[in-house]
Design a protein around this ligand. Structure first.
Ligand SMILES: *Cc1c(COP(=O)(O)O)cnc(C)c1O
Length: 365
């Protein structure tokens, strides 16, 4: 017997995590490069100071004020139907949302399906909840082939289908008709989770799956304050779905999972949504310019609706990644073999990335 007496399937596994290195240009985890203004910082600090006077008490377990504010924020993307507070649930990052969804709707004897390349955390949450994990494949342009996807769902009968849109690590958004078709194929035997962590970065004319909520009671749309909202350190993710789905999650959530401090800080940040989201248009423009520039270098680049770009292909991507790091630019070695992913930073950071990559392409064979 090895020590400690871990579950068999966890033995020898390294904890997940992108390297957290202290380098000048950090373009590896899709953070928003623009921090909050001093006015936003002051408002969050005041809200947290007020919350601190009540820290002897447990937080509001149902966090109704926060759910109401999140519902109001989502409503414009709802395609003309208001999102109601009882349709919203929140947790410590949308990663905790995914875990709670799998705790409630996955589990032993049940299956979760996604289509690779997909978000690398999903199989870990499936493992942690003893949910069987099945990954189908995306087409060569990283779109989801609907016929193949439907066939896989009909064979595997998943209780959870996970669809990041825009997808991480490819940046690909799913069209609404595909989401609708997959919701219909899954039917009442399961839920379809559209992970819109990068939803706010969609290109013009690409709709959110939120507008489909009234048509499909098995649809769950997740969002986060980590990316567009410039709040990765806040740890606040949320979902919109049928109220019965939110109710079901209440059974598996830890009691008081959202601290008083988190609730206060998130509410204060939401009051400043226009400012915190103010740089999204700059980041979208910088993203489109990055796609164009990489293509001009003769590289293959996936279309992106997110705040990152997947590009390649390199015979030795690790050498390219390392060479960029030697030039002070940290990107991410992820995605299919031969590809690399760069997060979109400020104009200055992207200029440094272009310089470093130009050197790298010359220096490497
Ligand atoms: C970054 C990301 C998230 C967000 O995670 P948080 O826990 O909210 O910080 C969710 N899904 C995908 C696909 C992501 O890339």
């Amino acid at each position: 017997m090895t020590w400690p007496p871990l579950r068999e399937e966890l033995r020898g596994i390294e904890p997940y995590g992108a390297p957290q290195l202290d380098v000048p240009v950090q373009l590896n985890v899709n953070e928003n490069p623009y921090g909050p203004s001093s006015a936003v910082v002051a408002d969050i600090a005041t809200a947290v100071a007020h919350a601190a006077t009540t820290l002897n008490r447990y937080p509001d377990r149902e966090f109704l004020a926060l759910r109401t504010a999140l519902a109001a924020y989502l409503t414009p993307d709802g395609g003309g139907t208001a999102v109601a507070p009882e349709q919203v649930w929140a947790a410590n990052g949308s990663n905790e949302i995914m875990l709670q969804l799998l705790q409630a709707f996955g589990g032993p004897g049940r299956t979760a399906v996604s289509f690779a390349p997909t978000y690398s955390m999903y199989p870990e949450y499936a493992r942690d909840t003893s949910t069987r994990w099945v990954a189908g494949h995306r087409a060569s342009d990283y779109s989801v082939d609907l016929d193949a996807a439907r066939a896989l769902i009909e064979t595997e009968r998943p209780s959870v289908v996970l669809l990041p849109s825009p997808n991480n690590p490819t940046g690909t958004a799913l069209p609404q008709h595909a989401v609708s078709a997959l919701c219909e194929t899954v039917g009442d035997d399961g839920i379809v989770v559209v992970d819109e962590a990068y939803g706010e970065f969609r290109r013009e004319g690409v709709p959110s799956a939120l507008a489909l909520l009234p048509a499909h009671r098995n649809l769950v749309v997740t969002r986060t304050m980590s990316k567009a909202f410039a709040g990765a350190g806040l740890r606040l993710g949320y979902l919109a779905a049928d109220p019965a789905i939110c109710d079901a999650i209440r059974v598996v959530r830890l009691p008081y999972h959202l601290s008083t401090v988190t609730q206060a800080a998130a509410l204060a940040a939401l009051r400043h949504a226009p400012e915190l989201l103010g740089r999204v248009d700059d980041l979208r423009a910088e993203r489109d310019a990055t796609v164009t520039w990489l293509r001009e270098q003769g590289l293959e680049v996936a279309d992106s609706d997110a705040n990152f770009v997947l590009f390649g292909t390199f015979a030795d991507r690790h050498a390219v990644w390392q060479n960029l790091l030697d030039h002070g630019v940290l990107i991410r070695e992820t995605g299919p073999d031969g590809w690399l992913r760069v997060s979109v930073g400020t104009a200055d950071e992207m200029a440094e990335f272009r310089d470093a990559l130009t050197h790298t392409l010359k220096e490497l064979p």
